[in-house]
Design a protein around this ligand. Structure first.
Ligand SMILES: NC(=O)c1ccc[n+]([C@@H]2O[C@H](COP(=O)([O-])OP(=O)(O)OC[C@H]3O[C@@H](n4cnc5c(N)ncnc54)[C@H](O)[C@@H]3O)[C@@H](O)[C@H]2O)c1
Length: 250
């Protein structure tokens, strides 16, 4: 893997990462620990979360949490913040299960938005008061190119991913006056373990490469590297942006 630069301002920062136990989120947790930041990661997958915590302790701490219950978010964040506040929030958790239009019940639709959208707002709501008080902070929301390219058989997921871009721009406008930057990162196809297990076939991979300008698969670490740079002071003038990490998909 490419060696990543060190951003000195990230050392000692308190970072919250949702969905950090596996996939892109785990790469983000590792990347912030490599910067000597202190990372709390929130995830429903206790086995993977505990294993990652063991690997990265004491810089990383795992907090078991089902983010689809918004009323549980603020208490969990308050309990996890090591100095009572987070400097950086990475909203990353999602669940991209496919669903056919005719099979979607009102409850299933609500569940999809709860797991893919709602917690982005409520995690932000939990960290904003302390960021406002500090006069600085960074929020990065993980969207997807899925809604822009029209991913099939996932109407609730693509709806959530489109809304995350809107939410990012709305928060950036409201919070910029308090020194808080908000950006949205849109990955293309990233070769995570779950993607490989669920959807990847030789035909699928050939289709991905035919759509990308670059002829390498995007790895979770490629997305994490962009997230870390955006969280650092090197991006101090970057807010209200959508940053696409898709190897040139068209
Ligand atoms: N992998 C890709 O190709 C790709 C492409 C575009 C966008 N993205 C986005 O990047 C982000 C990470 O994707 P990924 O591929 O690593 O996903 P993943 O499914 O591999 O990991 C998601 C993580 O979120 C956690 N999670 C799911 N539901 C949860 C809940 N209710 N409470 C707490 N944690 C929960 C999972 O346990 C898991 O650790 C997501 O926002 C996804 O939409 C991924």
């Amino acid at each position: 893997m490419t060696q990543q630069p060190i951003f000195p301002d990230l050392a000692g920062k308190d970072v919250a990462v949702t969905g950090g136990a596996s996939g892109i989120g785990a790469a983000i947790v590792r990347a912030f620990c490599a910067q000597n930041a202190r990372v709390s990661f929130f995830d429903i997958n206790e086995t993977a979360g505990q294993a990652l915590e063991q690997d990265l302790s004491p810089l990383a701490q795992f907090v078991p949490l089902d983010l689809s219950h918004p009323e549980m978010i603020a208490p969990a964040f308050d309990a996890a913040a090591r100095d009572g506040a987070f400097d950086i929030l990475i909203n990353n958790a999602a669940h991209d299960d496919r669903h056919r239009i005719e099979d979607v019940s009102p409850q299933y639709w609500r569940d999809r938005l709860a797991v893919n959208l709602d917690h982005h707002f409520f995690c932000a709501q939990a960290v904003i008061p302390a960021m406002r008080q500090a006069g600085r902070g960074v929020i990065i929301n993980m969207g997807s190119i899925a809604w822009r390219v029209g991913l099939d058989d996932a109407p609730a997921y693509v709806t959530a991913k489109a809304a995350i871009e809107g939410l990012s721009h709305g928060l950036a406008r409201s919070l910029g006056r308090h020194g808080i930057r908000v950006n949205c990162v849109l990955p293309g196809f990233v070769r995570t373990q779950r993607q490989v297990e669920k959807w990847v076939t030789p035909e699928f991979e050939a289709e991905v490469l035919s759509r990308q300008c670059l002829q390498d698969f995007i790895q979770p670490e490629d997305v994490a590297a962009v997230v870390v740079m955006l969280a650092s002071d090197s991006a101090r003038a970057v807010t209200n942006q959508t940053v696409i990490v898709d190897a040139g998909w068209s």
